[in-house]
Design a protein around this ligand. Structure first.
Ligand code: SF4
Length: 374
């Protein structure tokens, strides 16, 4: 039986955040119920036909904890026999949508890692982002999660926010790291088309922060997190050594995963699949007994090599050249001699112990590095 990672998409939120372009919706209970029925059916179809073993599970969204925990329990009951022993089972959660009872239920049903979206410590920034919670709720939910037995918790943070000073960002990092979470993700705000932030930006009512400040925030956070024992292992991710997110490592190591739910993506046996994004279309397909697949692309050899390079370079351990050569039957050094020469000269990558890694400058200019390998 094939061992892969499983991503389960729960596309519901209490309200839409001002910067969010994820596939998430504000819906009534009936819509939630018909989506969750379809989701369960899709999972059963895969299990019956392919009999996968899930080495990691990630329940993401949306806000999976916004819907009643019984829905998540139904899913967990279905997949439990197929989850590998000692697998990491993560779930995203927003402060204010859980309490001791629901957290206890999640822990009991086998979820062993929580990823809590705080984004910013200061309430004016949370309000600006359109978040539904305050910092008190985050602290309280974190305490409750510890009490019911969660020992592996991530906090999601954002920097480069309009009106966020360097001091505010460092206060966020400092306070959250001091609370003893095992993992922190730090993402720089991107103003995405179609969001309320984008509209404000176009009307000149929202000023993105300067690139220089963005980079200063990033590098200072790396130093500060290190002092708290959280080591950087990926461009945006920091963990107590040994508690790196195993599910996300599957993506960065360009391995196989199954994504279920509206808009989810899968990569299996050299083919990439994308599910229908819109809830109605997704439900309609599953109801008819079909896989809700909207796109299917065979991944070419060159494309797969490029993806392996760019995904590996996101990781601090970098690209293992020997592994790469064995996997693809090529010689990395000769195939990519031109871009490598340019990038080494520019100080954007370095090589040691048969690994290619981004330098600090390279991680600031990572997109330009990735393009060189195309
Ligand atoms: S909670 Fe997350 S998924 Fe939901 S609207 Fe906010 S950013 Fe988007």
């Amino acid at each position: 039986m094939k061992e892969i990672g499983l991503y389960i998409h729960i596309p519901f939120c209490k309200q839409k955040c001002n910067y969010c372009d994820f596939n998430s919706y504000v819906c009534n209970d009936d819509k939630v119920q018909s989506y969750m029925d379809a989701l369960l059916k899709e999972i059963k179809m895969y299990i019956q036909e392919y009999g996968f073993i899930f080495k990691t599970v990630f329940i993401g969204g949306g806000t999976p904890t916004f819907i009643h925990y019984k829905h998540i329990e139904d899913i967990m009951m279905e997949i439990k026999p197929y989850i590998a022993e000692a697998a990491e089972v993560s779930m995203e959660c927003n402060p204010g949508t859980v309490n001791e009872e629901s957290l206890g239920a999640y822990r009991k049903m086998g979820i062993n890692r929580l990823s809590i979206g705080l984004q910013a410590w200061q309430q004016p920034l949370q309000k600006q982002l359109g978040r539904i919670h305050d910092t008190e709720q985050f602290i309280q939910n974190l305490e409750q999660a510890r009490k019911v037995g969660f020992t592996n918790i991530n906090a999601d943070l954002m920097f480069a926010l309009p009106n966020q000073s360097l001091e505010m960002w460092l206060e966020t990092v400092q306070k959250v790291a001091s609370l003893g979470v095992e993992h922190i993700s730090c993402y720089s705000l991107k103003i995405e088309e179609g969001t309320p932030f984008y509209k404000l930006y176009q009307q000149n009512k929202l000023q993105p922060i300067e690139d220089e400040l963005d980079r200063e925030m990033y590098h200072k956070a790396i130093e500060l997190l290190k002092k708290h024992g959280l080591e950087q292992y990926e461009i945006s991710n920091f963990a107590v050594p040994g508690l790196e997110c195993k599910h996300n490592l599957i993506y960065w190591e360009n391995k196989e995963y199954l994504g279920v739910g509206a808009g989810s993506h899968s990569k299996i046996a050299g083919v990439r699949y994308g599910n229908h994004r819109m809830l109605e279309r997704y439900i309609e397909h599953v109801d008819k007994g079909n896989y809700p697949i909207d796109e299917k692309n065979v991944i070419g050899h060159e494309e797969d090599m490029w993806e392996t390079i760019i995904l590996s370079l996101r990781l601090n351990k970098g690209l293992d050249v020997l592994d790469f050569n064995n996997k693809y039957g090529v010689c990395f050094e000769s195939k990519y001699s031109l871009p490598m020469e340019k990038l080494l000269k520019g100080g954007l990558v370095e090589i040691s112990d048969n690994h290619v890694r981004l330098t600090s400058l390279g991680s600031d200019l990572s997109n330009s590095v990735f393009i060189e390998f195309l």
